[in-house]
Design a protein around this ligand. Structure first.
Ligand SMILES: Cc1cc2nc3c(=O)[nH]c(=O)nc-3n(C[C@H](O)[C@H](O)[C@H](O)COP(=O)(O)OP(=O)(O)OC[C@H]3O[C@@H](n4cnc5c(N)ncnc54)[C@H](O)[C@@H]3O)c2cc1C
Length: 396
C-alpha cells in the first residue's frame, strides 16, 4: 500500500483497481517478484506468461472498443490499471507497445486484413512489437530518416539502419518507419510497415543502455515484405507516427505510479534510517522539506496524467497534455533519485547485490534508468516545443 493518498478516479475505477490488486497479489507475489529479479537487468519486465495471464482476463484490451474484442472500459479505469501495473513493477513489456501503440493505430489506419490478423493476436498476448523509428542521423528530427522501402514485385524491399530498437531481439514484428518517396517533401515521403522480425536480411546487434537494459542497432538489407506489410497509404506515415507517439506519451505519463512507488520506498526507509550521529533522518527539517516537495510534485504529476485521460474520455487526442505529463513525470523521477542519493550518502550509491547497498541499490539503479524516459518517446526539449506551440500557441 502506498503511503500517499489514493487517487479518486471514480467508483468504477476503484472497483477495477481492487480486482487488479487481487490479481497481482495472486500472480505477482513477493516471491514471484524476487524470482523475476534474479534475471539480468536486460531481461526484466518481459514475461510472456504474465502477459498471457492478463490476456485470459481480457485485460490487454481494457480500453479497446468492444467491436475489436476489448472491454471498452473508461480511460479512468485504464489509468487505474496502468497505475497498478507500474506501481507493482509488473512485467508488461511483452505487450505494452502492441496494446498501446500498434493496436489503436491499426484500428484507425490498418486494412481490414491487418485488423483481422493482428488485433486478435495482440489481445491474446501473442504479438510483441518493437519500434523502428530512430536512426543514426534521425532521432528528434525523425522526418530526416533515411531507411528506404522500394516497391518491387507487388511488395516492398527495405534497406536501412535503425538505432535504439529496444526489444528487437524479442519482438515478432517491427513497427518500422521508412521512406517510400525520396522526391516528396520530407514529412510526406514516409510510410509505416509491420515487418516480421524473422524475415531474411535483418541483423540485430545488441547495445547496452546506461540502465543495464538492452537496446539494439538493427540493419535491414534487401528485406522483402509483401504489400500487406504497409500500414495506411504510401507516404501517409507521418500522421500515423505522430498519433502513435501521443499514445506512447500518455503511457509514459501514467508511469508516475512507478515514481510514487519509489517515493514510498524512500519515505519508509527514511522513517527508520538515522544519520551519522544516530539521529532519525525522518525528523530532520531539511529531509522533511525535501520529501514534502517530492510528495507535492508526485501529486501534481498524477493530476497531469488524469488530465490526459479526461481528454481521451472526451474523445480528444491529448497532444500537449500528454507532452506535459511526460516531461513532469520523467524529470521528477530523476530528481527523486538525486534526492535519495543525497540523503542516503555513499551506501545509496552502491549497486544491487553489493554488501551494504541501501534499499538493495534501488536508487543507484533509478539514477541510471530515469534518464531514459527524459529521452525516449521524443526528448523533453522537443516536448517543450510541442507544449509551447500546440498548448500555448506561441510562434515557432
Ligand atoms: C535506451 C534507449 C531506448 C530507446 N528505444 C527506442 C525504440 O525502441 N525505438 C526507437 O525508435 N527509438 C528508441 N530510442 C531513441 C530515442 O527516441 C531517441 O534517442 C530520441 O528521440 C532522441 O534522438 P537522438 O538520440 O538522435 O538525439 P538528438 O535528436 O540528436 O538530440 C540530441 C540533443 O539535442 C536536443 N535537440 C535536438 N533537436 C532539438 C530541437 N529541435 N529543439 C531543442 N532541442 C533539440 C535533444 O533534446 C537532445 O538533448 C531509445 C533511446 C534510448 C536511449
Amino acid at each position: 500500500m502506498s503511503v500517499l493518498p489514493e487517487l479518486d478516479l471514480g467508483p468504477a475505477a476503484a472497483t477495477f483497481r481492487g480486482e487488479v490488486r487481487a490479481f497481482l497479489a495472486e500472480h505477482w507475489s513477493e516471491r514471484q517478484q524476487a524470482m523475476h529479479r534474479r534475471n539480468p537487468q536486460a531481461e526484466r519486465g518481459f514475461d510472456r506468461d504474465f502477459t498471457r495471464l492478463l490476456a485470459e482476463r481480457g485485460w490487454l484490451g481494457v480500453s479497446w472498443p468492444k467491436r475489436w474484442g476489448g472491454q471498452q472500459r473508461s480511460a479512468f479505469e485504464q489509468l487505474a490499471f496502468v497505475e497498478e501495473m507500474e506501481y507493482h513493477r509488473a512485467p508488461v513489456r511483452a505487450h505494452t507497445m502492441a496494446v498501446s501503440i500498434v493496436g489503436p493505430t491499426l484500428m484507425a489506419h490498418g486494412s481490414e486484413e491487418q485488423q483481422q490478423r493482428f488485433l486478435p493476436a495482440i489481445l491474446r498476448g501473442e504479438h510483441c512489437v518493437c519500434l523502428g523509428y530512430s536512426e543514426p542521423d534521425a532521432g528528434s528530427d525523425l522526418a530526416s530518416l533515411r531507411s528506404r522501402a522500394q516497391s518491387a514485385d507487388g511488395g516492398w524491399v527495405i534497406d536501412g539502419a535503425k538505432l535504439y530498437t529496444t526489444m528487437a531481439e524479442l519482438a515478432d514484428h517491427c513497427w518500422l518507419a521508412a521512406r517510400t518517396d525520396s522526391d516528396a517533401e520530407k514529412h510526406a515521403g514516409i510510410s509505416v510497415f509491420l515487418v516480421p522480425m524473422s524475415t531474411p536480411g535483418i541483423t540485430i546487434r545488441p547495445m547496452e543502455a546506461m540502465s543495464g537494459g538492452r537496446t539494439n542497432a538493427v540493419f535491414f538489407d534487401g528485406v522483402r515484405v509483401g504489400a500487406d506489410a504497409l500500414v495506411g497509404a504510401p507516404g501517409g506515415g507521418w500522421a500515423i507516427i505522430t498519433e502513435a507517439l501521443t499514445f506512447e506519451r500518455v503511457m509514459l505519463g501514467g508511469r508516475v505510479a512507478r515514481v510514487r512507488r519509489e517515493l514510498d520506498e524512500l519515505i519508509r526507509h527514511l522513517a527508520i534510517a538515522c544519520d551519522a550521529k544516530g539521529a532519525p533522518l525522518g525528523s530532520d527539517p531539511r529531509v522533511r522539506d525535501l520529501v514534502g516537495s517530492l510528495v507535492a510534485e508526485v501529486e501534481a504529476s498524477r493530476l497531469l496524467a488524469v488530465r490526459c485521460v479526461a481528454e481521451l474520455e472526451g474523445g480528444r487526442v491529448p497532444h500537449h497534455q500528454a507532452a506535459m505529463a511526460k516531461i513532469v513525470a520523467a524529470e521528477l523521477e530523476e530528481r527523486l533519485a538525486e534526492v535519495a542519493l543525497d540523503l542516503g550518502g555513499p551506501a545509496a550509491t552502491l549497486a544491487e547485490g553489493a554488501p551494504g547497498a541501501e534499499l538493495d541499490g534501488l536508487f543507484e539503479q533509478v539514477v541510471r534508468a530515469s534518464v531514459l524516459d527524459v529521452i525516449g518517446g521524443g526528448t523533453n526539449d522537443i516536448q517543450r516545443t510541442l507544449v509551447a506551440v500546440r498548448g500555448l500557441h506561441l510562434p515557432r
